[in-house]
Write a new protein. Structure first.
Length: 278
């Protein structure tokens, strides 16, 4: 018997770096050919905002603490102790994960204020009331104008108009760690692992995987090859025996890997399809 569950999520766009051209320069006077005009205050401000945006986009932001205007912990924001609420800033979009539903909306950053547009979310119905309350607690605070601060150790503090204070710790994204955007691929993982030879690990079990391809409309292309032993690790993925998965994965080149390590790194982006096989 096979039960299939498709997960459909709004996918963020690829990161884009916006660069501004310097303003036109006034003609140099006699004897001053080697002097460039001083940057304007507006240019300085725009450069500072750009640096902040780059820092936001270069990290996952994991919720560490949350207090209300009276200094009391906001327990509703910590319904998933093992998976804290996490923010990602990608190409002008704010994505929220580790809630019941995935949430996201547009944002702008200017003069120390993060302005978040009304957020959309998936429509999963969580049976856990605490998780449903988590969505409401997050959505009601991550909207409108939020004052921002960056701490000495890189923490991001958001202050709401009502006086709530949310503090997030940075965790470098895979793109930051590996120095580039990586390559997006789709990997099908068979329901069961199999023994595979390994010179250093006795009785090793390997995932059985094969790469599959989709067109721009999400339709599978071609015929997948046979499943093969997968000796690497897919960061963020935990295999459950008896469940076949199609994964969207980012594959990165690893600079100067150890002699016994792979030159590729694989990071889970999302689970596209799951099927329980018995």
């Amino acid at each position: 018997m096979k039960t299939t569950r498709n997960l459909m999520l709004i996918l963020p766009l690829a990161l884009l770096a916006a660069c501004s051209n310097p303003s036109s320069q006034a003609p140099a006077g006699p004897g001053r050919d080697d002097l460039a005009p001083a940057p304007t205050a507006a240019a300085d401000q725009k450069a500072a905002v750009q640096l902040d945006v780059q820092r936001l986009q270069g990290n996952h932001w994991v919720l560490d603490s949350a207090t209300d205007s009276a200094g009391k912990r906001i327990d509703a924001l910590f319904a998933r102790a093992d998976k804290p609420v996490t923010l990602d800033f990608i190409d002008g979009r704010l994505a929220v994960s580790n809630t019941c539903n995935r949430m996201g909306g547009g944002y702008t950053l200017a003069d120390g204020t993060l302005t978040v547009s009304p957020m959309a979310s998936t429509m999963m119905a969580c049976t856990d009331k605490a998780l449903m309350a988590l969505d409401q607690a997050v959505g009601s605070r991550l909207e409108g104008a939020l004052k921002t601060e960056l701490g000495g150790e890189g923490q991001l503090t958001l202050r709401t108009a009502s006086g709530d204070v949310l503090v997030f710790s940075p965790q470098p994204t895979a793109e930051t760690r590996f120095g580039g955007p990586g390559e997006t691929i789709f990997i099908e993982v068979a329901a069961q692992t199999k023994p595979c030879p390994h010179p250093m690990i006795r009785d090793k079990q390997c995932l059985q995987t094969r790469e599959i391809h989709f067109d721009d409309k999400g339709i599978k292309q071609g015929t997948p090859g046979a499943f093969e032993n997968f000796y690497d690790v897919i960061e963020g993925y935990t295999h459950e025996a008896g469940t076949r998965n199609v994964l969207r994965v980012k594959r990165f080149n690893v600079a100067n890997p150890p002699a016994d390590a792979s030159s590729k790194a694989y990071v889970l982006d999302m689970v596209v399809e799951s099927a329980t096989e018995k």
